[in-house]
Design a protein. Sequence first.
Length: 107
Amino acid sequence: MTPRPFLALDPAAMPRPSAKVATVAEILGCDPGDVRRLIRAGEIEAHGIGVRGVRVFLDSVRAYQERRAKPLPPKAPAHIHRPKAPANASSARFRAMMAGLKAKGLA
């Protein structure tokens, strides 16, 4: 029996894209040992190549990143008016108030 030839047009026969552990570590910004721990924990899928080689499926890395993504804090709408902080040190009212506090010995 002859092996089935690889057909690029057959999506079932297409291999899942994978990368080396070191490459995935660069993508995730961590140590290769951390990637191996994620593989052992089942957080990321991988497969073996030869005796010692390990390749990590890139779609599982993307799924891991999506699971671990932190939601962005909500932004205030642009139409909400935010008052400016008063320039207290330059106003005459502020200077008069500070002079009154100094006269009482509080400032």
